[in-house]
Design a protein around this ligand. Structure first.
Ligand code: AMP
Length: 214
């Protein structure tokens, strides 16, 4: 891959960051989603998983140091470019990412900008495959056969606990409070690009590639 920079994806839950990161993976990027890492700890039933389970189901944030440690344990930046999805979630995490993870390494920041009403509709209709993690949407990207994953054929499509209406409100509230300071931080550094995440997933992907020159 000629493109040589890490990518930091910013945007609300449901703005399409994870979907686009999965597509870019095929082009040689590593994809690290702190939400996925935390859910995997819960699934494994590890000590960490037990500690964070109730935090995730409430829609609040896990503490910064815990997430940072988990992130560091799951990536190797030597010779690899990563997409950071779901980290940073606040200004302190952005500074930690610079000083303790990226250090001197380059990163471009992509902000997936999306209207709140659209977000709500996307999140409440999102379904995830328990077996392979593929993401569907009952309105915009329904599985061909109800309840069955198009990718792996598993019959385990489910609604994430934190995609239920009561918790979504909380997650969006947490997001709204943190996004402006984060955008300000990266605007000042001069490495922020904005994307209209309201377009179709294909359009967003081609704009993203165009923006990155890949
Ligand atoms: P996500 O899949 O990115 O929407 O994350 C799901 C949940 O995991 C969030 O609502 C938080 O509880 C937790 N989480 C994920 N990433 C972070 C992070 N960077 N800092 C704190 N908590 C996080």
């Amino acid at each position: 891959m000629s493109f040589s920079s890490n990518l930091i994806f910013l945007g609300a839950p449901g703005s399409g960051k994870g979907t686009q990161a999965e597509r870019l993976k095929a082009m040689g990027f590593g994809h690290v989603s702190t939400g996925d890492l935390l859910r995997s700890e819960i699934k494994k039933g590890s000590e960490l998983g037990k500690e964070v389970e109730s935090i995730l189901s409430s829609g609040k944030l896990v503490d910064d140091n815990t997430v940072l440690r988990l992130l560091q344990a799951n990536l190797n930046l030597d010779g690899n470019n990563y997409i950071f999805d779901g980290f940073p979630r606040n200004l302190d995490q952005a500074k930690m990412l610079d000083s303790e993870v990226l250090k001197e390494k380059a990163a471009q920041v992509i902000y997936f900008k999306l209207d709140l009403g659209v977000l709500l509709e996307r999140l409440t209709n999102r379904r995830t495959c328990k077996d392979c993690g593929a993401i569907f949407n009952l309105k915009f990207k329904a599985p061909k056969k109800e309840g069955v994953c198009d990718e792996c054929g598993g019959e385990n499509l489910f609604q994430r606990e934190d995609d239920k209406a009561e918790v979504i409100e909380n997650r969006l509230d947490v997001y709204m409070k943190s996004i402006e300071p984060l955008l300000g931080y990266y605007r000042e550094k001069g490495n922020l690009r904005e994307l209209d995440a309201g377009k179709s997933s294909e359009e967003v992907f081609s704009e993203l590639k165009q923006d990155l020159g890949i």
